[in-house]
Design a protein around this ligand. Structure first.
Ligand code: COA
Ligand code: MG
Length: 289
């Protein structure tokens, strides 16, 4: 189920960095995004593509493997998509998606290159136009499974500044979550650029979780644990979810429609959310298992 697959941590790994690629199987990230775009210099694009695809084909452990290709309109886009089609990656992440046509074009190219029907498309929303058209983007392709916020590009394009509370991107982040949820997609938050700022990273992870994201994109292995912690349902949350499910079942059996748990009214909508929390916790436990 797309809904309960753990995607708490999504680590970018530069496709041109052999040492970083080698480390992937030993990391505890739920998702690994092997990058051919911004993390790879123009002179290294072909080499990175070959190395990334070879590494994915060999197998990179149990993370969900996503290949970020170069955008349409760059000299590498076509060959990247053709290589991605047979790479065995679970998904292809398209950068700077600013309208539904970008997805439709990628979808056509992937199909023409023989991509399996199970290969998903993920879309980065990281331009002002992309944010404004996020709802249309979210509906553009049956392969689309996840929207990924690209806050670094967005802050640049907005001529905004990175602030600790991320006021400058809050509207965009919520727009991305709205678009994703309206279409049943997953949503991942942008990266935290300051690698020396543990408290700021933890706060940003919690903020993303509270906004509704499923997880956070990351640039360094040392930040995986913070994201996994923030996006794992806590013991309190899980306990409450279990009590809600039980109390509601008992009330229903007794012919009552509503019930109070911990002093709060519980309705069917809370029960549905409680089931999601329990299922997510079980999926995380199974992953650890
Ligand atoms: N994935 C996998 N391994 C990584 C990694 C990553 N993203 N970032 C660092 N590592 C590895 C390093 O190879 C190093 O391994 P080693 O000790 O075996 O040599 C170890 O983790 C410690 O790395 P460190 O020395 O602290 O960092 P660095 O200076 O090598 O790299 C960055 C710092 C920021 C350049 C690097 O983390 C990076 O390239 N991140 C991804 C950037 C990216 O993809 N950007 C595009 C999307 S925003
Ligand atoms: Mg970007």
């Amino acid at each position: 189920m797309n809904d309960v697959r753990p995607r708490r941590s999504a680590l970018y790994v530069p496709g041109a960095n052999a040492r970083a690629l080698e480390k992937i199987p030993g990391l505890d990230a739920d998702v690994v995004i092997v990058d051919l775009e911004d993390a790879v210099a123009p002179a290294a694009k072909e080499e990175a593509r070959a190395a990334a695809v070879a590494a994915i084909r060999r197998g990179l452990g149990r993370a969900e493997i996503v290949l970020r290709v170069n955008g349409g309109g760059t000299p590498w886009a076509e060959a990247d998509l053709a290589a991605a089609a047979s790479s065995g990656a679970a998904a292809v992440l398209l950068p700077k998606v600013d309208g539904p046509e970008v997805l439709r074009d990628a979808e056509r190219r992937l199909a023409a290159a023989g991509a399996p029907g199970s290969m998903a498309l993920w879309a980065m929303i990281e331009t002002p136009r992309g944010v404004l058209r996020a709802a249309e983007v979210a509906l553009a392709s049956p392969r689309l499974a996840c929207l990924v916020a690209g806050t670094s590009d967005l802050v640049k394009d907005l001529r905004a500044r990175h602030t600790p509370g991320r006021t400058e991107v809050l509207v965009a982040l919520s727009t991305i979550v709205l678009a994703a949820r309206a279409s049943g997609l997953a949503a991942l938050d942008g990266v935290h650029l300051d690698l020396a700022d543990d408290a700021g990273l933890a706060a940003a992870c919690r903020q993303g979780r509270d906004l509704g994201f499923d997880g956070k994109t990351l640039i360094h292995p040392w930040t995986i644990a913070a994201a996994n912690l923030a996006f794992t349902p806590g013991d309190d949350e899980l306990g409450l979810a279990r009590r809600i499910i039980q109390a509601h079942a008992e009330a229903e059996a007794a012919g009552r429609g509503v019930v109070v748990v911990d002093g709060r009214l519980v309705e069917s909508l809370h029960v549905a959310e409680a089931h999601r929390v329990v299922a997510l916790a079980a999926a995380i436990a199974a992953r650890r298992g």
